[in-house]
Write a protein that binds this ligand. Structure first.
Ligand SMILES: CC(C)[C@H](C(=O)O)[C@@H](O)C(=O)O
Ligand code: SF4
Length: 485
């Protein structure tokens, strides 16, 4: 490690002047158009991603104000939140108010000259899945979307974060945004994740360890050998849950895996520009002498498969553990949250998580619905059937993932096992989008939020990896996927 005495490293200097600079500082500085005050900068925004739920509101409001989209080529819209996912869907088959969102999005996006990935388009899918897929998000860029899981995209070395609809309107009109500078946090995970431990387990482990406000106000850089060992899709899963961690966003320094992933993607630099892009992308890492406002170190060997038992993502335990007593979690969970979670989930302390009967299983969402997720779940389901009485649904993250899975015969494995095989969208991740499980059903789910009624009326969600969801669907109760495949 290089340390040069006399270099100024500290918060008293502007990010651009620090000696040892973090990856975040480097991207921030390049995009800093003006300093508004000591806490807030005007930041240049390279890409804006919209969806029909909140994007429609921004586009409509912009048009009503008589303002134009400044850089239509930098904006992209997808239909994911309120579309239904049953095969044969049309505009009219979404939830009643959903049709209005879909029609308005189409109308305003077309009028503004923005690229739209509409229903029926081979590129349609969940925004945070299609953006990496198409090379919309690139290392070193700033990308915003009126959606909290935009943090997923930091996995490719971009500064990507969720904003509100009003802020999205501002970005569309000006390609800039006033942003309060976040503090920096690094979480270094060294060592090797044990077999059967996935990025989802790691995300749940961090929530269990540091709580859902653990990253509040920070941009979290994930680093270390265990992070470097993750493939790009797994990194997207890890970064996806930074918003559950309370963070401004997450980021991972881009490496050869990211560059290889991006090469040839539609909106990534073409051959003529590739070398120049690579030269600048290779600079995108925190300097060895960079300092962070907060640092955590984790040994990857500590992480096991995880599952949530309660109504907040921090209420997670190792899969082979029991439902905690209050004393086990009192450092993190207020008594009221603990009691409420037990009552809502209809569970009792000291009972093992494994064996808790489920009504439904869901594989989908921007957390865990990419091709590698479906392959791992299918490896467990191959030659097996889901338990009688269980409703099991797989919703690929994008139409492209769906096609790829079909080309590989994975759809048949899901169908033969008794899963439904759907069109792409947010679907049962988000009851407000119109699709849901039944009243009070207990669902094992590859999604990111286990809030009350998140997946349907009073549904009881247990978050886990796609492997755990698949194994549990087969057993009809929460099950450990290790030993299944
Ligand atoms: C609808 C949208 C604003 C929301 C979000 O921002 O996260 C949704 O995607 C979610 O996951 O709850
Ligand atoms: S899949 Fe779920 S978490 Fe992701 S954007 Fe859609 S509703 Fe939000």
């Amino acid at each position: 490690m290089e340390h040069s005495a006399g270099k100024l490293i500290g918060k008293e200097t502007a990010p651009g002047n620090r000696a040892g600079r973090t990856l975040f500082d480097k991207i921030w500085t390049i995009h800093q158009a003006a300093e508004i005050n000591s806490e807030t900068d005007l930041i240049l925004i390279d890409r804006v991603l919209l969806h029909e739920r909140t994007g429609a509101i921004a586009l409509k409001s912009l048009a009503a104000a008589g303002r134009e989209v400044l850089a239509p080529s930098q904006a992209f819209v997808t239909m994911d939140h309120v579309v239904d996912t049953l095969p044969g869907r049309t505009d009219a088959t979404s939830m009643p108010t959903g049709t209005d969102f879909i029609v308005a999005t189409r109308e305003f996006a077309t009028r503004a000259g923005i690229t739209l990935f509409d229903l029926g388009d081979p590129d349609q899918g969940i925004g945070h899945v299609i953006s990496p897929e198409l090379g919309i998000v690139l290392p070193g860029t700033t990308l915003v979307c009126p959606d909290s899981h935009t943090c997923s995209q930091g996995a490719l070395g971009a500064l990507a974060w969720g904003i509100g609809s009003t802020a999205a309107e501002h970005v569309l009109a000006t390609s800039t945004l006033r942003v309060k500078r976040p503090r920096t946090m690094r979480i270094t995970i060294d060592g090797v994740l044990a077999a059967g431990v996935t990025a989802k387990d790691l995300a749940l482990y961090l929530l269990h360890r540091f709580g859902s406000a653990g990253g509040a106000g920070h941009i979290v850089e994930y680093a270390g050998t265990a992070v470097a060992a993750l493939d790009v899709e797994a990194r997207l899963t890890l970064c996806n849950m930074a918003t559950e961690f309370g963070a401004f966003s997450a980021i991972i320094a881009p490496d050869d895996k990211v560059f290889t992933f991006l090469k040839g993607r539609r909106y990534a630099p073409g051959d003529a520009d590739w070398d120049a892009a690579m030269a600048s992308w290779k600079e995108l890492r925190s300097d060895e002498d960079a300092t962070f406002d907060a640092e955590h170190r984790i040994d990857a060997a500590e992480v096991t498969p995880m599952v949530t038992w309660g109504i907040s993502p921090q209420q997670a335990v190792p899969l082979d553990a029991s439902i905690p007593h209050f004393a086990d979690v009192s450092a993190r969970d207020p008594r009221e949250l603990y009691d409420r979670a037990l009552a809502y989930m209809d569970i009792a302390p000291a009972k093992p998580m494994i064996g808790l009967p489920i009504d439904a299983a869901f594989i989908g969402s921007c957390t865990n619905s990419r091709i590698s997720d479906l392959r791992r779940a299918a490896a467990i389901l191959a030659g097996r059937k889901i338990a009688p009485g269980v409703t099991a649904i797989c919703v690929p993250g994008s139409t492209r993932v769906r096609k790829q899975a079909q080309d590989e015969g994975l759809d048949q494995i899901f169908l033969d096992a008794g899963f439904e095989w759907r069109e792409s969208g947010c679907s049962m991740c988000f009851y407000a989008g119109g699709e849901s499980f039944g009243h009070r059903q207990r669902v094992i789910s590859s999604t990111n939020r286990n809030f009350e009624s998140r997946q349907g009326p009073e549904t009881r969600t247990h978050l886990a990896s796609p492997e755990t969801v698949a194994a549990s669907a087969v057993m009809g109760a929460i099950a450990d996927p290790r030993g299944f495949a």
